[in-house]
Design a protein around this ligand. Structure first.
Ligand SMILES: NC(=O)C1=CN([C@@H]2O[C@H](COP(=O)(O)OP(=O)(O)OC[C@H]3O[C@@H](n4cnc5c(N)ncnc54)[C@H](OP(=O)(O)O)[C@@H]3O)[C@@H](O)[C@H]2O)C=CC1
Ligand SMILES: CC[C@H]1OC(C)=C(O)C1=O
Length: 332
């Protein structure tokens, strides 16, 4: 669907100079731990200040990523921003204020973004699971016209990860790709990008028995049911292997001589390499034609979108590791 979800909020606190609300509702945690233990819904969080290179976004929808959970349990505390945090990397919404150095966006623009340029190194303290969030201009892209806010919010971090992985692997038209975990947030977009953006001639993927047809519908040429067969024992070799599961040692067995193995998580084995996704608005905008033409489609887990009040349940579902596509929160 498309169109703008306009939500009238009569409970917003207006500041005197009518520069907009000074407090907002949102989800926060002040200590590391499990979602049900540490996530709190607050109704008077200070609306973030807007730095010169940032815009203030009225959040219409947000999406969850595994990194939200890993961060919340303190896995990356050594390089994390200070607590308390508002979680959430993925956002779609409307620009309501622009900083003094902003040139490419204006109030009223419908945008989407991954709000943290570096996912693990000083990620934003106040993320997208609140009514407003501040985002650097260089991370923003205009929302594809045909996508709802929920559909757009489902994309940034996962699609930027797939795009960066294939760019780092130098994936070329006509090459063959294996994507482990094709049914996940990254995998479900990576299959589509490999086929319809990078022009791979053959895309294989792994998923469990009940998801095989869904993988075919996304464009996979070969779907391996990891409950019944081991891809690393099959004879096929690939130019590029994107591992979204964390099984690099198996992936290096099926990469062609001189091919690339990109591991998103888990222990590495040569020639496997890992990277941490960098948020970049220009890279996201490169995908607009594919998204607006339907060549690449958002994939939203059918349990969602989850209501703004259901963020703990949404994280608990994500952390089962069984999500199909993306877990979206909205309307916010
Ligand atoms: N390095 C980086 O910058 C980034 C790293 N990541 C990491 O990559 C991983 C994937 O992220 P994301 O896609 O969002 O995760 P998801 O939570 O969306 O992945 C869930 C999916 O994984 C599938 N899955 C689980 N185990 C296996 C398996 N053994 N073989 C095949 N499929 C499997 C599940 O399918 P089924 O139910 O069939 O098992 C499910 O559909 C996470 O660990 C995340 O932290 C993600 C983004 C960026
Ligand atoms: C170690 C990679 C780390 O970074 C992101 C974004 C994840 O999801 C991770 O696990």
């Amino acid at each position: 669907g498309s169109g703008t979800a306009v939500i009238y909020r009569e409970d917003e606190e207006k500041s005197s100079e009518s520069s907009g609300p000074t407090t907002m509702k949102g989800w926060t945690y002040s200590e590391y731990g499990a979602a049900k233990d540490v996530l709190k819904f607050e109704d008077s969080i200070p609306v973030p200040e807007v730095k010169p290179d940032e815009v203030l976004v009225e959040v219409k929808a947000a999406a969850l990523n595994p990194v939200d959970g890993k961060r919340r349990i303190g896995k990356f505390k050594a390089t994390d921003s200070e607590l308390p945090h508002v979680p959430g990397y993925d956002v779609a919404g409307v620009v309501v204020k622009v900083g003094s150095d902003v040139t490419k966006f204006k109030e009223g623009d419908e945008i989407y973004a991954n709000v943290s340029e570096a996912a693990l190194n000083q990620p934003r303290q106040y993320g997208s699971l609140a009514q407003y969030t501040a985002v650097q201009e260089k991370l923003l892209a205009i929302k594809p016209k045909n996508l709802s806010f929920a559909e757009a919010a489902s994309l940034p971090l996962a699609i930027e990860t797939a795009q960066e992985a294939f760019d780092r692997a130098n994936l070329k038209e006509g090459q063959t790709v294996l994507i482990t975990g094709g049914a996940g947030g990254v995998g479900s977009l990576a299959i589509q990008l490999a086929k319809n953006v990078y022009g791979a001639s053959h895309v294989a993927t792994t998923a469990s028995t009940g998801k095989l047809n869904f993988m075919k519908s996304l464009g996979a040429d070969k779907v391996i049911d990891y409950k019944n067969e081991k891809f690393e024992e099959l004879s096929d070799k690939y130019d590029v292997v994107l591992d979204t599961v964390g099984e690099c040692s198996k992936c290096v067995k099926v990469v062609k001589e001189g091919g690339a193995v990109i591991a998103l998580t888990g222990a590495l084995e040569p020639p496997g390499v890992r990277f941490v996704v960098t948020s970049n608005g220009d890279n996201l905008a490169k995908l607009t034609p594919y998204l607006e033409s339907g060549k690449v489609k958002p994939v939203i887990d059918s349990k969602g979108p989850f209501k703004f009040s259901q963020v703990v349940e949404a994280f608990e579902y994500l952390e089962t590791g069984r999500a199909t596509g993306k877990i979206v929160i909205g309307p916010v």
